[in-house]
Design a binder for this molecule. Sequence first.
Ligand SMILES: Cc1cc2nc3c(=O)[nH]c(=O)nc-3n(C[C@H](O)[C@H](O)[C@H](O)COP(=O)(O)O)c2cc1C
Length: 194
Amino acid sequence: MTSALPDEAWRLLTEWLPGNDDPERPQITLSTVDEDGDPDARTVLLTSFGPDGFLFNTDGASRKAAHIAAHPAVAMTVLWPGFTHQLVIRGTAAPAPADRVAAAYRSRSPYLQQLAWLNTHEFAELPREERVAAWAAFEEAHAGVFEQPESWVGYLVTPTRLTFWSSNGDTASQRVEFARAADGSAWSRRYLAG
Ligand SMILES: Cc1cc2nc3c(=O)[nH]c(=O)nc-3n(C[C@H](O)[C@H](O)[C@H](O)COP(=O)(O)O)c2cc1C
């Protein structure tokens, strides 16, 4: 991704987004298209970004994973920092390599690692007291150490368009947009109304 992405877009990405080792992760609205062509969206955390794309992690049995298998085109909307900057990434999602997926799992908190095991529809249907008891029992049985479940996957999104929106207290908001030509040969830049 770096080789082709304009320097200015990289500068904005690294200025706007927290570093990959910052424990505070940006929340992203991930938009997908389902098997019937209908839109869907949900929040995910941005695990990291780099030359190979924007990485997020999820459950391989989730709805979003089925959508991506049917239509790899996705959009990611990041409000970061605060309400002053919005980045919209349009691109193509592909399964991330196993080592990146494993590293992402290791970087998650013990709570999120345990969640990766227990975040099932069957668990969600249990009465609250049973869910609390089952959660505590699972934690105790594993002594708080949770191996990576097979269902844990990751997707790398290769951007085809990046739109940076910034607010401005003393003048109009504005977007700067970088778009890759359909043949992937070059990026163009243009300014748009906010
Ligand atoms: C702040 C926040 C962060 C979330 N982060 C993730 C995440 O990184 N990965 C994930 O699979 N789900 C995450 N979720 C849950 C998703 O929004 C969603 O409910 C779940 O992944 C199921 O989505 P799906 O049925 O559309 O696949 C997060 C939810 C919130 C509110």
